[in-house]
Design a protein. Structure first.
Length: 68
């Protein structure tokens, strides 16, 4: 496919970050960050997608972002 790239701007420049977030209830009250994600974001426009860190391999996340 020749149309791979950011779905917002078409750029092929992206990077990743790992983030942790709290859930609801007691985890939120005690600031327990049990939810871990890999964020893939476009370096051109900033569009971002979150992927559950446990269910996706870091090496495949950029392929998911670009529709691979």
């Amino acid at each position: 496919m020749s149309n791979k790239g950011c779905i917002k701007c078409g750029s092929k420049d992206a990077d990743t970050k790992e983030v942790a977030m709290t859930g609801t209830g007691l985890s939120k009250m005690f600031d327990i960050q049990k939810n871990e994600f890999v964020v893939v974001y476009c370096l051109n426009c900033g569009y971002s997608e979150f992927y559950n860190r446990r269910s996706s391999k870091a090496s495949n996340v950029l392929d998911l972002f670009f529709g691979g």
